[in-house]
Design a protein around this ligand. Structure first.
Ligand code: ADP
Ligand code: MG
Length: 382
């Protein structure tokens, strides 16, 4: 199996693939990528190097990507099947195309205005509203997005055009659902909904099962299923959701696209997709028999998917990220603190910086209030 990208997602996928007897070949531009020591097959080359990509692909039977900024045109040209299809990547790697897809599929989406040109930006300023402004391409972990309060602040971002201005939603929660779809296209396997708590636009921790009411959980799963089928994903699709208690304020503004979906006392929108395993899904490594990485491995190897998975134990599973600010010196992590965790892992990144995902831990509790959770998380990271 060829994996484009040798970061932590690729490494955890490789672990699952090894258990099913597969061999793994990584491709990454970074000679220090976490996957470099996990397998003897490692191609270190640029993402734009078509020849290296071709040679890499020929040594594999099937390909996937853990990294979303690969040029889909290069992937279409590869002589091996790539899952998910590079068409999916084409749609999901541009926020504007992703939002067009959501609108055309009649799926709910954060109310927004696409600002392709300086004229669009000026027009937006005529009926200006504070917004969260994002680059269309290449953002991750809150990078490439800004809170904009005034037209002047927006003008300062004009060098980053094209952009999308989103309504700043008053979120009561965030969620994600991971759906695996098999090569036969009829088998689907779902993980989640996961309840996600972000700090500074970066995932802080995930709780599973989510504390949402059953009708909300079912709606999230249903919307994620529809998206997976309409995007024609074979492999994994993660759908990130925003959950609000108030309706949108932007819907009636000029040129605004996207609508929220009412569900009981909540209003939902899809935030974005990731056609790959997702940080929030790491909790599945300890909470269910087949993790998100197992499910993707099974799709790639054309093995049957589990239809339903129950959590391994009653109670609550929590995944907490270890960011650069928590792990300044990876070699000095005090592992004894994590004795009661089901998992603690560092990804093998050699340098640490604030906001960089260095590792994560997962633990299980029969019961835990949110106040107790904050104390647990704080003590594990201190
Ligand atoms: P990334 O690619 O960095 O994950 P996202 O668009 O998912 O980018 O944004 C990261 C986080 O920032 C979200 O999970 C959410 O917490 C916050 N955020 C982004 N857009 C909005 C919005 N329109 N309203 C409220 N919060 C937002
Ligand atoms: Mg996101």
């Amino acid at each position: 199996v060829g994996i484009l990208g040798a970061g932590q997602l690729g490494c955890m996928l490789a672990e699952s693939l090894f258990r099913y007897g597969a061999q793994v070949h990584f491709y990454d531009v970074d000679p220090q990528a976490p996957g470099r020591h996990r397998t003897p097959f490692f191609t270190c080359a640029d993402w734009q190097n078509r020849e290296a990509l071709q040679t890499f692909a020929k040594q594999c039977d099937v390909l996937t990507y853990e990294f979303e900024n690969v040029n889909p045109e290069h992937l279409f040209a590869l002589p091996r099947p790539t899952f998910p299809n590079p068409k999916v990547l084409q749609t999901t790697q541009y926020r504007s195309l992703e939002k067009e897809f959501l609108t055309s599929a009649q799926l709910p989406c954060t109310p927004h205005v696409v600002l392709n040109t300086i004229e669009d930006l000026n027009l937006f300023c005529q009926s200006f509203q504070p917004a969260i402004v994002k680059t269309l391409f290449g953002g991750y972990d809150g990078k490439g997005q800004w809170k904009v309060q005034t037209p002047h602040e927006l003008h300062l971002l004009s060098k980053h055009l094209p952009l999308v201005a989103e309504e700043p939603l008053a979120l009561v929660s965030e969620a994600s659902v991971v759906v695996a779809r098999g090569q036969n296209k009829s088998s689907l396997s779902v993980l989640g909904p996961f309840e996600n708590i972000h700090h500074n636009h970066i995932l802080d921790h995930t709780v599973f099962p989510a504390s949402f009411p059953p009708d909300l959980q079912n709606t999230l799963i249903e919307l994620a299923h529809i998206a997976t089928q309409k995007l024609d994903v074979v492999g994994l699709l993660t759908t990130e959701f925003f959950i609000c208690s108030k309706a949108s304020l932007w819907t009636h503004m000029p040129r605004v696209q996207g609508h929220m979906f009412p569900c009981g006392k909540y209003h939902l929108a899809v935030n974005e997709f990731a056609p790959r395993p997702h940080n929030s899904g790491h909790v599945s490594r300890v909470a269910v028999p087949h993790s998100q990485f197992d499910l993707l491995a099974r799709v790639l190897l054309n093995l049957p998917l589990p239809v339903r998975q129950q959590p391994l134990s009653a109670g609550v599973y929590v995944m907490g990220n270890l960011l650069g600010e928590h792990v300044t010196e990876p070699n000095k992590l005090e592992r004894h603190k994590f004795m009661e965790c089901e998992e603690v892992t560092l990804y093998g990144k050699t340098t640490s910086r604030p906001g960089r995902k260095m590792g994560h831990f997962c633990y299980h509790r029969a019961e835990e209030t949110s106040a107790e959770r904050l104390t647990t998380l704080r003590s594990l990271r201190s």
